[in-house]
Design a protein around this ligand. Structure first.
Ligand code: 13P
Ligand code: SF4
Length: 366
């Protein structure tokens, strides 16, 4: 007899302690059939159930290596898409709440990127011969497929410098989307002058640039950003350094150029965690990345007298990833126990094939 899907309504009103009890019971029943992958920004009450954690690059590799039938992704939509693309056809990627998107990823879409490519064709001739499209992994699968089809590649916050090198070996210019800040910081570190890295505004004709500007640019930076990391400002660092001249500042490269320039260390979420954990006992850190990660590190580092502080005066969490709460996780796992898959992330085959080309190019060079 066909098993009915358990409706989420019955879970929505669950008290947290009941949701936790049900997660533990369902998790035990699923055993090796399921693996829970958690991004470092995941809220603490879900992160505690992670089998494996990581930044986007590490999670992509873990998803390609696991043999579990169900990959339950506690992260955001693009991460679960990558897990689906890189895992086998028999494996199933699941996002416990489909509303867990990434606001930065939503700042670029295929229609706008294709229009950009058409406009670049008008100004430069065939862009396939002149421009390497590079998409940050924080993007929809169809944009990764676009890169796959046009000789381009995916990058993450960890491997962006290597990917930029690779891209310039293929062609003389780069179109980098959707995060202007990661693109600018990576180009800046490779000595590309700021006036040769121009912002492409997808809501204006020709990105708001003149033909001369487009011809001169080495990197066209898509006008996109992360709503969390845009909160961090150089003034926060300056003020903090006056009070703590011996402290260290560490930031994620989605922060703006001035924040990155004024940080002692810049890198991915995994890099931030490893660097602070390897720092001296009793040291003090100002961190420019998402609040759940910073709060967790602050708690873990207390024991050795290390102080970890959040860069912005306002609360800034990844509010979309936050939507994956114990209630959604309990609902997802109980359905799996009952033999029902809810919230499957399944990228259409042609898109997945071309997106995989761009992802595998990344994995082979990083
Ligand atoms: P990481 O790959 O560094 O974990 O970054 C992902 C992300 O979305 C940061 O906002
Ligand atoms: Fe996207 Fe920003 Fe959340 Fe990262 S922190 S997943 S870039 S919205």
């Amino acid at each position: 007899m066909e098993v009915a899907t358990i409706n989420f309504d019955r879970f929505n009103a669950l008290k947290d302690e009941d949701a936790h009890a049900r997660i533990r019971a369902a998790r035990a029943k699923l055993g090796d059939k399921a693996v829970l992958l958690c991004h470092h920004y995941q809220r603490a009450d879900v992160y505690q159930y992670a089998d494996l954690t990581g930044d986007s690059l590490k999670l992509a590799k873990l998803a390609s290596e696991t043999s579990a039938e169900y990959i339950v992704f506690c992260g955001v939509h693009f991460m679960a898409e990558v897990a689906d693309i890189l895992s086998s056809d028999q494996q199933i990627a699941i996002l416990p709440d489909l509303a867990a998107g990434c606001s930065m990823a939503d700042m670029a879409n295929l229609a706008k990127v294709e229009r950009c490519w058409r406009e670049l064709t008008e100004v430069l001739g065939n862009p396939d011969e002149l421009i390497t499209p590079v998409t940050y992994i924080n993007s929809a699968a169809d944009l990764k497929a676009f890169c796959g089809e046009h000789g381009g590649i995916v990058c993450t916050s960890t491997n962006a410098p290597t990917i930029l090198d690779w891209s310039f070996k293929q062609r003389e210019k780069v179109l980098f989307f959707p995060d202007q800040h990661l693109g600018r910081w990576t180009g800046y570190k490779q000595d590309i002058p700021l006036d040769e890295m121009l912002v492409w505004d997808p809501d204006q004709e020709y990105g708001g640039l003149t033909p001369e500007q487009i011809k001169k640019a080495r990197i066209l930076l898509w006008k996109g950003h992360c709503s969390v990391h845009q909160m961090f400002q150089e003034s926060h660092i300056r003020r903090w350094r006056m009070q703590h001249p011996d402290g260290f500042v560490i930031s994620h490269p989605e922060s703006n150029l001035e924040v990155c320039k004024n940080s002692d260390y810049v890198g991915s979420t995994e890099y931030i965690i490893k660097t602070i954990k390897a720092g001296p006992d009793g040291s003090r850190w100002l961190v420019g990345t998402e609040l759940n990660l910073v709060n967790r590190l602050a708690e873990e580092e207390k024991a050795r007298g290390t102080i970890v502080e959040f860069m912005a005066p306002t609360v800034c969490m990844c509010s979309t990833m936050q939507r994956i709460d114990p209630q959604h996780l309990a609902w997802t796992l109980e359905n799996l126990v009952a033999g029902k898959v809810v919230n499957r992330i399944s990228v259409p085959p042609h898109e997945a094939e071309m997106a995989k080309v761009a992802l595998e190019r990344m994995l082979s060079v990083s």
